[in-house]
Design a protein around this ligand. Structure first.
Ligand SMILES: [Fe+2]
Ligand SMILES: [Fe+2]
Length: 167
């Protein structure tokens, strides 16, 4: 664990992390093995690590906005079964809903934060982000999603092996 990266997430993300919206996000399952909140925390952490790598190469990024954007990018998914009629609609519409929720939560959401949340699903949605920070979240989000889905597959495989051994 990169303690400095985690500390930056906690500092820049304090307002989101302490909100009732984020508490709700920690209660809703996501990708079967995690919650929307823990997934978002993971995306923020990986995003900060990418930022530190870019900064070391003299490529500047707005780390504070990235943390806020990453923590909010999937908040629109919270309550998905009441908000969206099916998974496809949720897939397409949750980024816009996340911008709305983040705007209510933070009040002073800047244009860069709106853009990175709005376009985080790219390239599975047509419009790419318009700022470097948006691409950081795109990469971190996909990385975390693959890791979560792989963890689920591993868990299933382990269970199957155990049941094969018993029978
Ligand atoms: Fe998403
Ligand atoms: Fe996500």
């Amino acid at each position: 664990m990169d303690m400095l990266a985690m500390q930056l997430v906690r500092t820049y993300g304090a307002e989101v992390l302490d909100s009732p919206e984020f508490r709700k996000a920690k209660e809703q399952k996501h990708h079967h093995v995690t919650t929307v909140g823990d997934h978002s925390l993971g995306v923020a952490y990986v995003s900060v690590k990418i930022c530190r790598f870019l900064n070391a190469m003299h490529i500047k990024t707005d780390t504070e906005s990235i943390v806020r954007g990453a923590l909010c990018h999937d908040l629109g998914i919270v309550g998905r079964y009441e908000k969206f009629s099916n998974n496809l609609v949720c897939w397409q519409k949750h980024p816009k809903e996340s911008v709305r929720v983040a705007g209510e939560l933070l009040g002073d959401l800047n244009e860069r934060e709106k853009d990175m949340i709005r376009h985080h699903m790219w390239p599975t949605t047509p419009v790419p982000p318009h700022c470097r920070e948006g691409y950081v979240i795109v990469i971190a989000d996909k990385y975390c999603a693959v890791r979560e889905v792989t963890a689920r597959m591993k868990e299933k495989y382990k269970k199957k092996k155990e049941s094969d051994r018993v029978s």
